[in-house]
Design a protein around this ligand. Structure first.
Ligand code: ZN
Length: 333
């Protein structure tokens, strides 16, 4: 049965301004883009959606091989929209005004490392969706026009990307489940910490918990649904963002400083901070649904710079996510 992309009109109509991210990409514009051949797999007649039945752990791709989707069997979805390296000369570079074209170095490798670490720990696999194209060709964290830079031939790949996420959501929701989507990125900001984005701005985060609560700010976040109904009652509301069991606090406790967290509740005035993007808006629980979403913007050194550091971070992240998924969704491997 085809799994079709669900167009979220409400999400698409959001006018929320969110920050773009981009890390230095030493590979530069001469990237030949002749990476390993793409996996292929079931694709619907329009080429815009993966069709079932799909097998857990098997890589599928859209017809041109630009988007890769590995279905999982855990309530965790990992996206790497800016970690691609393919740069075919047949596709125009994105030259749209204001478009960011720098890639997030090693974030494709980071996503794969996190998935592998999760499998090692639990025997269960996260869903993984990867944009294999370099960001100068396709930005898989923007609306379709900015994502493709106007290259019509890439619109089906863009739709396939979101259909793959929708497929992941459907599989997680199929048994009445709930899950977490993490959109993985890399930043080159001055403060070396993981910026956890829930769609609240740095200025909003500088408010106190009481002020945020009084302003009903959690309804504007990508974890809106979970903030009201998590099984862990003490984590409801703003505590979900920077309480003692929040993702940022758990990351910091594992040796990876993060904002917001209990010890670093908000970026200071003048500090750069990415608060989320198109994927967190569209696929999180801002408008309900089975997935809550968060954007992780990773600093480079010690996190995603070397294979050893990526593996170490991936193991630490998997170790904290497993109890987090049980705490909030009641999931056990
Ligand atoms: Zn990015």
């Amino acid at each position: 049965m085809p799994i079709r992309p669900a167009f979220h009109a409400a999400a698409a109509s959001l006018l929320l301004i969110v920050a773009a991210c981009g890390g230095a990409d030493p590979r530069g514009p001469s990237d030949p883009g002749n990476g390993p051949s793409a996996p292929t797999g079931p694709t619907g007649p329009s080429g815009t959606e993966p069709v079932g039945p799909l097998s857990v752990g098997v890589p599928y791709a859209d017809p041109p091989g630009y988007i890769e989707y590995i279905p999982g069997d855990a309530p965790l979805v990992l996206l790497a929209p800016h970690g691609g390296t393919l740069s075919p000369g047949t596709l125009a570079d994105r030259t749209c005004s204001g478009c960011v074209t720098t890639a997030d170095l090693n974030t494709q490798e980071l996503a794969r490392a996190i998935a592998d670490a999760f499998v090692r720990r639990t025997g269960r696999r996260p869903h993984l969706v990867i944009n294999r194209l370099h960001r100068r060709k396709l930005d898989a964290n923007r609306d379709v026009l900015e994502a493709t830079g106007g290259t019509v031939a890439l619109e089906s790949s863009w739709r396939w990307w979101h259909a793959a996420v929708d497929s992941s959501r459907s599989r997680i929701a199929g048994s009445g489940g709930r899950g977490l989507l993490i959109d993985l990125h890399g930043h080159a900001h001055a403060v070396p910490r993981i910026e956890v984005g829930y769609l609240l701005s740095d200025a909003e985060l500088r408010q106190t918990d009481a002020q945020l609560g009084a302003a009903n700010a959690m309804v504007r976040t990508s974890v809106a649904r979970l903030s009201t109904d998590t099984r862990s009652v003490s984590d409801r509301g703003v505590a979900l963002l920077r309480g003692p069991q929040s993702l940022g606090t758990l990351l910091a406790g594992a040796g990876y400083p993060a904002v917001p967290s209990a010890t670093d509740p908000a970026p200071k005035v003048g500090e750069d901070y990415f608060n989320g993007g198109y994927n967190t808006q569209r696929h999180g629980s801002l408008n309900g649904g089975a997935l809550d979403a968060v954007q992780f913007e990773h600093n480079l050194a010690g996190v995603r710079d070397t294979d050893a550091n990526r593996t170490r971070y991936a193991d630490a992240l998997a170790a904290l996510l497993v109890p987090w998924l049980e705490r909030h969704y009641g999931w056990r491997p």
